[in-house]
Design a protein around this ligand. Structure first.
Ligand code: NDP
Ligand code: BG6
Length: 513
């Protein structure tokens, strides 16, 4: 629980006693949470935020008293918002009881307020409406900034001055991108901190809310068999792979200003890397985990251009269908050199990971959709069974695969004897396949993260020093790529990406999994 913002827009100064009273009050059963989705008419709000809020409601995870407000410039009535939202709500697959009834109940708690993003007057009107719903209860307020980043500060300024809670907490979830480089990110952080204290800012990276990313620490720290192997002594390389089988269709305008390195690598993949490589935290408290992650990020070797390959997809015709190239999108300049694919070799300069390549690969319009962490172990020294696999000696190494999506799984590739006479070896999977093991549907990442923000749990959100460290790693590379206008290697839509990625991996004696 954090101090509420005050009228003049700077974080309030209150005594510890007052603060503790407020904290106790806001935990009170008689408190209410008002969630304002700013940019409610947009794609993310419809696709992810409202469905996640409904799923939380369906699972009885939202507080007893809550209200949801959509806020955007588009003119809409409450009924029109409800109609829009209802189209994307679904019930959990394992229990569909009372689904339509629950949807109706949920929609009745959803309202809409149309306003400009930079108008204090319009936020005062919102505040009045929120108060009508909150009544005399302690009011806690969550603002979700689901809007383009250039208007984040306008909204934070207006919301903090005119619509922050006077007797409970006020929190703001900020969507990525958090700037384009170190400078713009620092400017955004400075701007936010004019109106909010760090504890009120929840920078979301939805990959941290994915079930298998959450499970990464459990796998490592609760199983004796993994942690002793988690170092340069036994691990040959680690691969972090993100691939989508569709292009930037419809988002070309946004994407061209950012590119795949900022869209996926600097945040989603780097966050996974930090969690994967961190030392054991003192506890599972947010600050203990974030302290360990930031140490990893700060220990990383500066990224060299020769350790990076970039690509851009081009049009491709298959089975009579023509798939458009990146620059065929009308919102993308014809001479764009923005990468839609990138592969990079990163290194952590610490005792645990010295010399181990962490290979990242992220791309749009590839042949498959998947996100995976692949850990390739070293060869068994003095392998007794060399030759028993046939000619492919590489097959003898173990590999641990954490398939984040789709079809979540964790499997370990091991060597075993093929049953029968003689000594021929095979490779098999010890497989934890989530769909086979658990019947319950895995919650969407946004559900977990929204719930955490409501509960004030910061573990899965990005702290400002983590963000600084992440940008410090990528900014010099991005500047060099952009200043030199380095041309990306073209790859056909639906292919495996540029061949350069394979040469990069081969340079470190790695084969992509
Ligand atoms: P949209 O482009 O759909 O924008 C959301 C709303 O913001 C729009 O409905 C519009 O509402 C308003 N808006 C759009 N452009 C402007 C503008 N130039 N000036 C003022 N208002 C504008 O964005 P998304 O919903 O796709 O994404 C929201 C945020 O989430 C962005 O920061 C995005 O980068 C991030 N994000 C999105 C993802 C996605 O899958 N869509 C994934 C991860 C992050 P109105 O006109 O009614 O005011
Ligand atoms: C977003 C990126 O952060 O993540 C998108 O901006 C990408 O480009 C998306 O498509 C992928 O998320 P998910 O959860 O569908 O893998």
């Amino acid at each position: 629980t954090t101090p509420p913002m005050v009228e003049n827009g700077s974080p309030s100064e209150i005594t510890l006693d007052e603060f503790e009273d407020l904290a106790a009050l806001s935990k009170n059963n008689d408190s209410t949470v008002s969630i304002t989705v700013v940019g409610a008419s947009g794609d993310l709000a419809k696709k992810k935020i409202f469905p996640a809020l409904f799923a939380l409601y369906y699972e009885d995870c939202l507080p007893k008293h809550f209200t949801i407000f959509g806020y955007a410039r588009s003119k809409m009535t409450d009924a029109e918002l409800r109609n829009m939202v209802s189209k994307t709500l679904t019930c959990r697959i394992d229990k569909r009881e009372n689904c339509s009834e629950k949807m109706e109940e949920f929609l009745e708690r959803c309202f809409y307020h149309s306003g400009q993003y930079d108008s204090e007057g319009h936020f005062i009107d919102l505040d009045k409406k929120l108060k009508q719903h909150e009544g005399s209860r302690v009011s806690n307020r969550l603002f979700y900034l689901s809007i383009p980043p250039n208007i984040f500060l306008d909204v934070v300024k207006c919301a903090s001055k005119s619509a922050s809670s006077v007797n409970g907490w006020t929190r703001v979830i900020v969507e990525k991108p958090f700037g384009r480089d170190s400078e713009s990110s620092a400017a955004l952080t400075r701007g936010l901190k004019q109106y909010l204290v760090e504890d009120q800012i929840f920078r979301i990276d939805h990959y941290l809310g994915k079930e298998l990313v959450e499970n990464l620490s459990v796998l490592r720290f609760s199983n004796l068999v993994f942690e002793p192997l988690w170092s340069r002594q036994y691990i040959r390389n680690v691969q972090l792979i993100f691939s989508e089988d569709f292009g930037t269709e419809g988002r070309g305008g946004y994407f061209d200003g950012y590119g795949i390195i900022r869209d996926i690598m600097q945040n989603h993949l780097l966050q996974i890397l930090a969690l994967f490589a961190m030392e054991t935290p003192i506890s599972l408290e947010a600050e203990d985990i974030r302290n360990e992650k930031v140490k990893v990020l700060r220990s990383m070797k500066p990224l060299q251009l020769e350790d990076v390959v970039i690509g851009q997809y081009k049009s491709h015709t298959k089975g009579g269908t023509t798939y458009p190239g990146y620059i065929d999108d009308k919102t993308v300049p014809k001479d764009s050199v923005t990468p839609t694919f990138a592969a990079a070799a990163l290194f952590i300069n610490n005792a645990r990971w010295d010399g181990v390549p962490f290979l990242m690969k992220a791309g749009k319009a590839l042949h498959t959709k998947r996100a995976e962490i692949r850990v390739q172990f070293r060869h068994v020294p003095g392998n007794l069974y060399k030759g028993s696999f046939g000619t492919d000696l590489d097959r003898a190494t173990n590999e641990l695969v954490i398939r984040v999506q789709p079809d979540e799984a964790i499997y370990l590739k091991i060597n075993n004897k093929i049953p029968g006479l003689g000594m021929r070896l095979d490779r098999s999977n010890l497989n934890l396949h989530y769909a086979a093991r658990y019947s319950k549907e895995i919650p969407d990442a946004y559900e977990r993260l929204l719930l955490d923000a409501i509960e004030g749990e910061r573990r899965l959100f990005i702290r400002s020093d983590e963000l600084d460290a992440a940008w410090s790693l990528f900014t010099p590379l991005l500047k060099e790529l952009e200043e030199k206008r380095i041309a990306p290697e073209l790859y056909p839509y639906g292919s495996r990406g540029p061949v350069g990625a394979h040469y990069l991996a081969a340079k470190y004696n790695v084969r992509w999994g």
